[in-house]
Design a protein around this ligand. Structure first.
Ligand SMILES: Nc1ncnc2c1ncn2[C@@H]1O[C@H](COP(=O)(O)OP(=O)(O)OP(=O)(O)O)[C@@H](O)[C@H]1O
Ligand SMILES: [Mg+2]
Length: 336
């Protein structure tokens, strides 16, 4: 069976072709709108929707060409129905609807977060729930227990900003370009993580909740009391200290949730799961505690079409595909 996965919830126009017998990613191209949004320092919904509209046909054609299939070989479509920005979601859903009618094939709306949590499964397809999941992305930071049958229980989420947002907004305050997460990871490598102590909100509280808005304020204060020249001269050590604070909060709460649930498998997903320090620290903890740890490939950590098709394939195998519908839902939590 050949699946087409379409992702358009935020600022990546992505489309992938996956085969499910056996499981293989045949193509997974995307167009990242970084250039369109960098001048504003963040994603502008209207600009994103227009860029999706301009690129979605070309990216789909590219996915089909790269997969060396013809459009009539596609058996089903999986597209992101939410959560995300209304305009961008509507572009993807409308495109999926048109294609589904033209080809007389079904189109299934997939939860973007379930997509992020299915990305690790693409590299380790023997993963089976129950397991603990950590979603760390541009808009989400949450710990969720997944049990068989796509049953999700929320253990805690951020009260304010997401971890990716903390990287991006702090990065902009430090003079970096949006999105700053991967740049901070690169600048911080091998630098002094104890150069400055940024706050770790809620770290020692007995719950799975996160808070990153105080960190952003601390970075703002830091840029107010230190000169631009000083920040530029010490950017490596400052970004290393900032990354240390964000990853420390993520790892502490994940360890809390592992202890609380007794789970022996941990799956991580979302753009921040590409972070090297997060991979290293969770890796060390899981190794010492005999916990299986699964991350997506670096490419599949951030938004892509393969993760959306992967979630649909997992559901199809379990006989739990949603009813065909092209309705979108900007607010669509995995678990309340
Ligand atoms: N190596 C990295 N280290 C830290 N953060 C990173 C890294 N690579 C990407 N990011 C961050 O990941 C985020 C983008 O992730 P993703 O594409 O999953 O987010 P999104 O789709 O916009 O949000 P959501 O999935 O919550 O809707 C950005 O905030 C970016 O800075
Ligand atoms: Mg995402």
């Amino acid at each position: 069976m050949i699946w087409l996965g379409i992702e358009s919830s935020c600022d990546e126009t992505a489309c992938a072709v996956l085969r499910d017998d056996p499981l293989e990613i045949l193509s997974n191209p995307l167009y990242s709108q970084i250039k369109e949004h960098a001048v504003y320092g963040g994603v502008v919904p209207e600009v994103a929707a227009r860029a999706h509209l301009e690129k979605i046909t070309a990216i789909t054609e590219e996915a089909i060409r790269e997969a060396k299939i013809s459009i009539s070989d596609i058996d089903a479509i999986a597209f992101t129905r939410g959560p995300g920005l209304m305009g961008p979601l509507l572009v993807g859903a409308s495109f999926a609807r048109g294609l589904s009618r033209d080809l007389s094939i079904p189109a299934y709306g997939i939860n973007h977060l379930e997509g992020h949590l299915s990305a690790a499964w693409l590299t380790e397809p023997d993963l089976e729930p129950p397991y603990l999941t950590l979603t760390v992305s541009g808009g989400h930071t949450e710990l969720v227990l997944e049990e068989p049958g796509f049953k999700y229980t929320l253990l805690g989420r951020t009260r304010d900003d997401a971890a990716g947002e903390a990287f991006d907004k702090s990065g902009i305050l430090l003079g970096l370009k949006y999105p700053a997460g991967s740049t901070i990871g690169r600048l911080a490598k091998g630098k002094n993580r104890k150069f400055y102590h940024f706050p770790r909100a809620l770290k020692n509280e007995d719950n799975g909740e996160f808070s990153f808005s105080g960190l952003k304020t601390a970075v703002r204060r830091y840029t107010e009391v230190n000169s631009k020249e000083y920040i530029q001269a010490n950017l490596g050590d400052i970004t290393a200290s900032l990354e240390d604070a964000i990853i420390d909060m993520l790892v502490s709460k994940t360890v809390w949730a592992l202890k609380k649930t007794g789970m022996k498998t941990l799956i991580v997903g979302g753009g921040v799961s590409a972070n090297g320090l997060l991979r290293e620290r969770l890796g060390n903890y899981c190794k010492s505690n005999c916990i299986r740890l699964a991350f997506p490939s670096l490419y599949n950590s951030t938004d892509n079409g393969a993760m959306i098709a992967a979630a649909a394939i997992r559901r199809a195998r379990a006989g739990l595909l949603p009813a065909c519908s092209t309705e979108v839902k900007p607010w669509l939590p995995l678990a309340e």
